[in-house]
Design a protein. Structure first.
Length: 118
């Protein structure tokens, strides 16, 4: 039985890892073992932070809405309850965009919500 060294497969594997580690400093981008360690760690952080990013944006939208509502004399919770009562199908992202870029439209929405409450 002839000896098999798997050179093409391992070279391809090494190239893939080194390509992923491009831009890392010193041996982290040149040496396979170090590149593999750090690129795997980077992939783990990337996976975690894709999920974290969603949380961070939701926090931003809520903070924007809270500030916009407070400046118009309404609490965030009362505002959202009013939005639900109106049957408005806008999510927090869209509402915060309106509050940020079109304050006059947002003020109109707040006035409608105020009109609902007894």
């Amino acid at each position: 039985m002839p000896r098999v060294k798997h050179a093409p497969a391992s070279r391809a594997r090494h190239k893939k890892v080194l390509k992923r580690a491009k831009g890392y400093r010193q041996g982290r981008s040149k040496l396979f073992k170090r590149a593999k360690e750090f690129s795997e760690r980077a992939l783990t952080y990337a996976w975690r932070d894709r999920r974290r990013k969603k949380r961070e944006f939701r926090k931003l939208w809520i903070a924007r809405l809270t500030a916009a509502c407070r400046s118009r004399g309404l609490s965030y919770s009362a505002f959202l309850a009013g939005v639900k009562k109106l049957g408005c199908n806008l999510n927090r992202k869209n509402l915060s965009e309106i509050a940020f870029h079109q304050p006059e439209v947002f003020s109109g929405l707040v006035e409608k919500i105020r009109g609902l409450s007894p």
